[in-house]
Design a binder for this molecule. Structure first.
Ligand code: FES
Length: 125
């Protein structure tokens, strides 16, 4: 198995672009914001590795939060592009809208996380 460790992963993704991890130190504390909504691209998403989540915005103002742990064998997803969240290990891809499996061996969707938007920031609930 050559999975990407959840702890070892230091990447973030947005629409078509893989970039540096969003290491918001404050985000690791309980009750702290995961990410500012303005950092989540419309039609894409951002992987927030420090919180093990993917925050997406399928349509303007409509956010979703999913676990970033692939339901196949537990790798961390690493990319969000073309309306899909991708796992590098065996090629599973998930919808940014509902986490459903759109390609690959993953047996179930990415579980959604409950959240709220408050003052322009996403908080897990
Ligand atoms: S662990 Fe993600 S596709 Fe296998």
């Amino acid at each position: 198995m050559n999975c990407v460790s959840r702890r070892g992963l230091i990447t973030a993704a947005s629409v078509g672009i893989t970039g540096p991890l969003l290491l918001d130190q404050a985000a690791t504390a309980a009750g702290r914001a995961v990410i500012a909504t303005k950092k989540v691209p419309v039609g894409g998403g951002v992987i927030v590795t420090a919180r093990d989540v993917v925050v997406t915005q399928p349509r303007k103002g409509r956010f979703r939060v999913f676990t970033s742990v692939c339901t196949h064998e537990g790798c961390t997803v690493t990319d969000v592009a073309e309306q899909r969240i991708s796992c590098p290990c065996h090629g599973s891809q998930f919808s940014i809208t509902d986490g459903s499996v759109v390609a690959g061996p993953a047996p179930t969707p990415l579980p959604q996380q409950s959240f709220k938007v408050k003052r322009g920031k996403i908080y897990l609930t």
